[in-house]
Design a binder for this molecule. Structure first.
Ligand code: R5P
Length: 266
């Protein structure tokens, strides 16, 4: 791995503890104006100080993130579908040259193992890795799960391993029972997606279980920006990932941030 690739990866996975808090706000690429992300700049700005990196599309990056910001960018470069159609029918939507111009730290692409367009997405991953290797940009493979697929260790392990075999430098997947086996059989770091909004304590437990199970951290979106205290939630997630906080301790951080904000605004 060359210096540029290592340096970019070190912006995402913090060299001090080998952990990562990635803020996911790329949902609009197929969901449109998702709840909590209607005005991306308003959502993103207060959260940036607490994220190690941010995952988003180039459209939101250009319009909604200050170029003076030092936040490392994980650029979503796959898409071409909407929630109204077959989700697996994705292609690469950004050239590597544009990713270089945007000074990104990684490029992210979804693979849909077992879905109708499985091959197309896997070949796209391999092509993106070729481009990434050429320019020293790591590739994050997102193991997207089709509607009819189980989010179990067997399926997620299959998807993560295929992503790593095709050259992904980092893999995003879901937490599941026997998550450790997914981590053990994937030779590159795994980061866990938050998934649909759940009560805050559950999302913090998921974060705790993920890092305890061997993930480098979380790539969390809806459980942060749809929370009634997004800053409280990302601070709590950060404490679990980087400061070895327990779920109870993290809940207290969330609650105290939330009530602090309530006092100021009330
Ligand atoms: C899907 O839209 C993206 O890959 C998200 O970045 C990913 O699912 C993480 O976001 P969330 O925590 O909301 O699941």
């Amino acid at each position: 791995m060359d210096w540029g690739m290592k340096n970019r990866l070190a912006r995402i996975i913090q060299p001090g503890d080998g952990r990562a808090v990635m803020l996911a706000v790329d949902h609009g690429y197929f969901l449109g104006p998702t709840s909590g992300l209607e005005e991306p700049r308003k959502t993103v700005e207060p959260l940036l100080p607490y994220a190690d990196s941010i995952m988003l599309t180039r459209g939101v990056l250009r319009t909604s993130v200050d170029p003076n910001s030092k936040i490392p960018v994980v650029l979503r470069v796959s898409g071409g579908t909407s929630i109204l159609k077959e989700l697996s029918n994705e292609d690469i939507t950004v050239s590597v040259e544009d990713a270089v111009r945007l000074n990104v730290s990684a490029m992210a692409l979804s693979i849909f193992v077992g879905a109708e367009f499985e091959k197309q997405t896997l070949v796209s991953l391999a092509r993106l890795v070729d481009q990434g290797e050429k320019y020293g940009i790591p590739v994050l493979a997102v193991t997207a799960v089709g509607k009819d697929m189980a989010r179990d260790a067997r399926y997620l392990g299959l998807s993560c391993r295929i992503a790593a075999e095709l050259g992904a430098h980092l893999v995003k997947t879901y937490h599941c029972e026997d998550f450790e086996t997914v981590v053990q059989s994937c030779p590159v770091p795994i980061i866990v997606a938050g998934g649909k909004k759940t009560p805050e304590v559950e999302a913090l437990q998921l974060t705790y279980d993920s890092v305890r199970g061997g993930a480098v951290g979380v790539d969390m979106g809806r459980n942060i920006f749809q929370s009634d205290s997004p800053v409280g939630m990302i601070r709590a997630v950060r404490a679990v990932v980087h400061e070895k906080a327990s779920v109870d301790e993290a809940c207290k951080i969330y609650e105290s941030t939330k009530s602090g904000r309530a006092r100021r605004t009330g």
